[in-house]
Every structure is written in structure tokens, then in C-alpha cells.
Design a protein around this ligand. Structure first.
Ligand code: HEC
Length: 222
């Protein structure tokens, strides 16, 4: 018991430090909560579509292949390809845009980073808050600024979608998008949780014969 307490005392500060490591959300008092549920396949599918259509024009997701996403999310390969922006894209390709890094850096001032692991680098809540925090600002090159990422070099890529969907619909869409990005950053997460339940079930079942075996062994000794 004492040992356990010492262990907890040692671990607690590092856990707390990790929690506060997360980026703050700039001018927002705290980050908004992203509605992440990587088991919600319909939401992931909608998010994947938004991601391909609105983000891959500038960003890459170079550690994932379209095929993996299609298979994981139950999208058939034809539909996946029909929704691709570039007709030359093949299902086995990594999610890479046609843009060139050096050109983009010149256009935007900063190169758009790869987004495969973005929700792990920042956090789903940060990305969700960021995407919902663009506001008009005439002093900036794209006429927009961002409350979470001050003076960001990214234009508001979702402007038209917001006009199209209205505030509530837009929030839901960004939720789907961030949900997808969370899945993308850790595609095995859903599977791992699944395996976790099997292991638990196995241990519970294993306990029964072990319990009786143990009783049997000690019967004559007591
Ligand atoms: C027109 C090009 C363009 C499009 C389209 C675009 N971005 Fe960006 N994005 C950028 C640039 C440029 C930066 C770098 C900004 C900087 O460092 O100041 C950036 C930065 C970001 C960042 C911050 C990265 C970090 O941690 O520093 C996130 C998150 C992001 N983009 C998400 C998205 C998502 C999600 C989409 C799709 C909805 C998207 N972007 C569409 C150009 C774009």
C-alpha cells in the first residue's frame, strides 16, 4: 500500500504536467470540446470527405493511404476515388496534395504542415477550436485572423461551407472533420479498444478455472 502511494505521488506530477502541456487556445479562455467518437463511422465518413475536399488542396496527410481510410471507414474504393479532387490519384496512394512545399511557403509565408498527426500534436479540442475561430481582419493578407492561432498564415478554408450550412450545421461539420482527423492520427485506436474488451473477457473467464483449481490445491493443506 505504501509503495503504491509513493508510486502515485511520483506519477501524478508528470501526468498533470502532461495535461498542461497541451497548447492553450489563444484568446479563448479554454479550448472548446470536440465531439470525438471514433466509433461513429458515419461521422468519420463525412469528415473524410470534408478533409479531402477542403484541406488536401494545401496540406498533406502523407502517412495514410486512401485505401486504408476507405477500408477502415467502410467506403468502397470507387466512391472514395470519385470523391478525390485529382483524377490521377490511385487508391494505394498516400494522401498528398499537388502543391509544392517551396511554392506554398512563398505564397502563404509559412508552409502548410502535414496534418496526419495534427490532433496528437495539438489535441482534437485545439484543432476544433482553431477551425471555429476565424474572424474577419482587414489587416491580414487573407482578410481573416484566428482567435486560437494569432496571425495565422492560413486562409479560412471553410468560409464557403459555413455560409452554406449556417452556424449549427457548420459546427457539426467541423466536429465530423476533427473526428476524422483524430481517427487518422491513430487509426488503430478503435481496434485496440476492441482487443482490450476481448482481453478483459478472457481474463474474467480464465479466473473461474483458476479459482477452483486454487481451491482444489489447497484443500488438503488447510
Ligand atoms: C489555402 C491553403 C490551405 C487550406 C485549403 C487549408 N490550410 Fe491549414 N494551413 C495553411 C497554412 C499556410 C498553414 C500554416 C499557418 C502558419 O503556420 O501560420 C496552415 C495551418 C494549419 C493548422 C495549424 C498547424 C499547426 O499546428 O501549426 C491546422 C490545424 C490546419 N491548417 C488545418 C487545416 C484544415 C483542417 C483544413 C481543411 C479544412 C485546412 N487547414 C485547409 C493553409 C491551408
Amino acid at each position: 500500500m505504501k509503495k503504491l502511494l509513493i508510486l502515485a505521488a511520483l506519477l501524478l506530477p508528470s501526468m498533470l504536467a502532461h495535461a498542461s502541456d497541451e497548447d492553450g487556445c489563444g484568446q479563448l479562455k479554454e479550448c472548446l470540446t470536440a465531439p470525438v467518437d471514433v466509433t461513429n463511422t458515419a461521422s468519420l465518413q463525412r469528415g473524410a470527405r470534408l478533409f479531402v475536399n477542403y484541406c488536401l488542396g494545401c496540406h498533406t496527410a502523407k502517412y495514410v493511404r486512401y485505401e486504408r481510410v476507405a477500408d477502415d471507414l467502410g467506403i468502397d474504393h470507387k466512391t472514395m476515388l470519385a470523391n478525390m479532387v485529382w483524377t490521377t490519384t490511385k487508391i494505394g496512394d498516400h494522401m498528398i496534395s499537388g502543391g509544392r512545399k517551396d511554392e506554398q511557403a512563398a505564397w502563404f509565408g509559412n508552409a502548410p504542415p502535414d496534418l496526419t498527426l495534427e490532433t496528437r500534436l495539438r489535441s482534437p479540442d485545439w484543432v476544433y477550436s482553431y477551425l471555429l475561430s476565424f474572424y474577419p481582419d482587414d489587416k491580414r493578407p487573407w482578410g481573416v485572423n484566428n482567435r486560437v492561432f494569432k496571425d495565422v498564415a492560413m486562409p479560412n478554408a471553410l468560409e464557403t461551407l459555413k455560409t452554406e450550412l449556417g452556424d449549427d450545421g457548420f459546427k457539426r461539420a467541423v466536429g465530423d472533420l476533427v473526428n476524422y482527423m483524430t481517427y487518422m492520427a491513430e487509426p488503430v485506436k478503435t481496434k485496440r479498444e476492441h482487443i482490450g474488451w476481448w482481453v478483459m473477457g478472457f481474463l474474467v473467464i480464465l479466473f473461474i478455472p483458476v479459482y477452483f483449481l486454487n481451491k482444489e490445491y489447497w484443500k488438503d493443506i488447510h
